[in-house]
Ligand binder design. Sequence first.
Ligand SMILES: [Fe+2]
Length: 422
Amino acid sequence: MKTDKSINFFLMFIAILMMLTTAYYVNRIALRNNVSLKVDEALSLTGARLTDKVYATVEKTKSNKVGKNEREEFEFNIINIGDNALNNWNVYLTIPKGAKIESSWNVEYSYYNDERDMVVLTPDYYYLSINPMEYVDFGVFMSTPVQYFPTEIRFVGYQLLGTYYTQINRTLGIIYLFWLIAFIGFLVTKFNLRSYREKQKNDVKLILQSMNTFISFIDAKDPYTRGHSKRVAMYAAEIAKRMQLSEDEIQNIYYAGLLHDAGKISVPDAVLNKPGKLSDEERALIQNHTVAGGKMLKQMSSIRGIRETALYHHERYDGNGYPEGLKGESIPLYARIVGVADSYDAMSSNRVYRRHLNKDDIIEEIQKGSGTQFDPDIVKYMVDMINDGYVNVVKMETADNDEHSSDFHITESDVPGVYMGY
Ligand SMILES: [Fe+2]
């Protein structure tokens, strides 16, 4: 969703940039070139081509007497023989003294001077432009006291320069091509992103299905620790978040927390739930859940750190833990984080052999273990979470699941990190 928004924003930004670029270039090219040239020609109406741009013809199409005057219709043709369109043109026509224009077609008329012996003919909007090798025709009805036939008109118009068109078209072509490529790129990215997200969703589903299978096995083994896996996962993810690890790492740590005790499946029930003191052999069996977990989760190599966490979450910072006696930073980070979260949850929940400790005792215990059992950096975050009440939020959120323990399972909304909100 977030990605969608930024892509749309980016696209809008590109669109505005494109428009500004287009406007800038059009403006620059227009300024650098004489975009139009005034054409002001006296044209013979006898059909003689006096210029290489435009010529004109005239025809008397009607003539009859109305009272003392002649009533005549003249039809004019203006032909563009140049290479460029003629725009915004007017025609100046001299008429006899006392003559009067009565009506016209395709053009409007107005008198040019006080003597009223010159008319200006202005084209209707549709005929404003004459393209190369095209013509326009128009006509006037005139009543005149004397015999009259026009021999010349003055044509004034504006010729757009070809270079202007070529350059504008070329620039626009490049810009539109760029636009098209950007748009296709956008569609492809969007499509890929959608399939990638689908795949991610499926991956999460698949991971959660296997996680839930594991968790139901672990919880079935040890009802007293029901909900333990989920709480440890949440504490561990929160520590990771406060350590400002990346979203991917937070998510991996969450998964690693969920399955850290997977190896307990291999410990006999009688040993696991024994209330009394354990023999050395029994203790060894319980401690072996780390190695057993590591072996089980070897196959889950796609989630980074999950195997190491199961294997090393009982290592101690001072090197006195099991199974390998790793020390300090040589214990993988996820295992150090889950180790602290695991111990906190053990102290704060009831177990078969004792009731949970109170808050102050837990803080004291954890701080006592700082630098010996636990990584001192991680202890800081855990103590903060106890003091600011985050741990209670976790307990409340997991409490409901404990009551309905038979259908206790992790859903997509439980998993922190990048998949949220998709
Ligand atoms: Fe454990």
